[in-house]
Design a binder for this molecule. Structure first.
Ligand SMILES: Cc1ncc(COP(=O)(O)O)c(C=O)c1O
Length: 441
């Protein structure tokens, strides 16, 4: 099956004259180099007129689907009302959004808004360091918490590059970017997800300010916490005076209005949100315990944590977030019931397709987010994924789906996301085309 690529290729070539690599955010540069020009509901269209059912959803913010009518109406109201960014004093919109987040997320007593998830994790670390007076932090092997220096390390490092542990608890710190100072790297301690003993080992030896983690590792597919792991981390943090920071940029609002914390029953000190909170509009949030959030207004200037950003709580993404949360909370959670049911259908359908084809595959899923691993059982950590998952087959599988009009980001382990706009017919079509794609692998 051949994709038409003439127009996409022409645009990419042209953009190469102005943008390094031709693509903004170079992790978006993949093969095939499709250029998307339109999206509505569950569907996207490329520059050569080909249509796809979209499961990439721009790295997962689209919980309601592309151009959701209610979110778009809220954005249009902002434009029609001449609501603008003033950057002076508070606004009705930011107060309303903050109130909604506090109401829905159990651990969040106060909120600040940013323009991205990375900024929110950045501020969480600042609070943790200001509060504890310590500079070290624990991150997860295979976790992603944003692009900034303090956390941009060890996401999908091949085992051959990673090498053995540098101590009984830790792995070498391998930044995913050049230009990160050695002094910053020295504060980062990388442990395995689902391995409490390693976190304890580090906590006993280093002045750790916080443990920051995605409660489900969703940047290497769907890697779930083992029974007792998150409560165990909570206890460990209390024992050593470290803050527990849940990075719910991917899990928050995607799996429940109260975040994954409301499903697992663990109360972090701080949480950060982004993505699904505003259905594709750029906004992030940091929230948590009142005493911690009040470091932003600490009476002692030496202890006060700076938060700034010209575009923070811009009325367009803020209105989009309010409309998204209102829709997510309407009809007793109808959105979550719908996407969860389609998630179940997808998982069951994929399982039987791979079984019938005699392919080794494990489907990992949380609600509307899923990932196919070509291995015997869902992984417990990055090491399981890197050692057992057939990455090369994964990319071929994704490309075979794209050729058939099913868009998954063509990079191994990237999460599939179902939105409220997806229908049973979309799932039927997806499964039928997947069956056909799997035959060719
Ligand atoms: C878990 C997690 N945290 C933080 C971020 C950073 O968010 P942003 O891309 O909005 O800066 C991401 C982005 O993919 C993420 O998946």
């Amino acid at each position: 099956m051949n994709l038409r690529l003439a127009e996409s290729t022409r645009i990419l070539e042209r953009n190469r004259g102005f943008i390094p690599g031709g693509v903004v955010s170079v992790n978006r540069a993949v093969e095939p180099g499709l250029v998307f020009v339109r999206g509505r509901g569950s569907r996207v269209w490329d520059a050569d007129g080909q249509e796809y059912i979209d499961y990439h959803g721009a790295f997962a913010p689209f919980i309601l689907g592309h151009n959701d009518p209610d979110v778009q109406a809220a954005v249009r109201r902002v434009l029609d009302d001449d609501a603008t960014l003033m950057g002076s004093g508070t606004t009705l919109l930011e107060g309303r959004l903050a109130e909604l987040i506090c109401r829905h997320v159990p651990s969040v007593e106060r909120v600040q808004l940013t323009t991205s998830g990375s900024e929110a994790t950045y501020h969480a670390l600042r609070i943790a360091r200001a509060h504890t007076g310590r500079s070290a932090l624990i991150i997860m092997q295979g976790g992603y918490n944003g692009w900034h220096d303090a956390v941009a390390a060890n996401v999908m490092t091949p085992l051959s590059v990673l090498g053995p542990r540098v101590s009984p608890g830790e792995y070498p710190v391998l930044p995913i970017s050049a230009g990160i100072p050695e002094s910053t790297r020295a504060d980062i301690h990388v442990v395995n997800f689902n391995d409490l003993e390693s976190a304890r080992w580090v906590a006993q030896r280093h002045p750790v300010s916080c443990v920051i983690l995605e409660p489900i590792l969703q940047n290497i597919g769907i890697v779930k916490p083992a029974e007792g792991y998150l409560p165990g981390l909570r206890k460990l943090c209390d024992e050593f005076g470290m803050l527990l920071v849940f990075d719910e940029v991917k899990t928050g609002f995607r799996h429940a209005l109260g975040g994954y914390q409301s499903l697992c029953g663990v109360r972090p000190d701080l949480s950060v949100f982004g993505k699904a909170i505003a259905n594709g509009y750029p906004i992030g949030a940091i929230g948590g315990r009142k005493d911690l959030m009040e470091y932003f207004i600490h009476p002692d200037p030496k202890k006060r944590v700076l938060i700034a950003g010209t575009y923070n709580a811009h009325p367009i993404p803020t209105a989009a977030a309010i409309a998204t949360i209102e829709k997510l909370s309407a009809d007793g959670g109808a959105v979550y019931r719908h996407i969860g049911r389609l998630g179940e259908r997808t998982e069951a359908g994929l399982s039987s397709i791979f079984r019938e084809a005699g392919r080794r595959a494990a489907i990992a899923r949380q609600g509307s987010a899923f990932c196919v691993y070509f291995m015997d059982a869902p992984p417990r950590d990055w090491h399981d994924v890197a050692a057992a998952h057939d990455m090369e087959l994964d990319v071929r599988y994704r490309r075979a789906l794209i050729e058939r009009g099913i868009y998954h980001f063509p990079l191994a382990t990237k999460q599939g996301s179902i939105s409220f706009a997806h229908t049973d017919r979309d799932i039927d079509e997806t499964l039928e085309k997947t069956r056909d794609a799997v035959r060719t692998l």
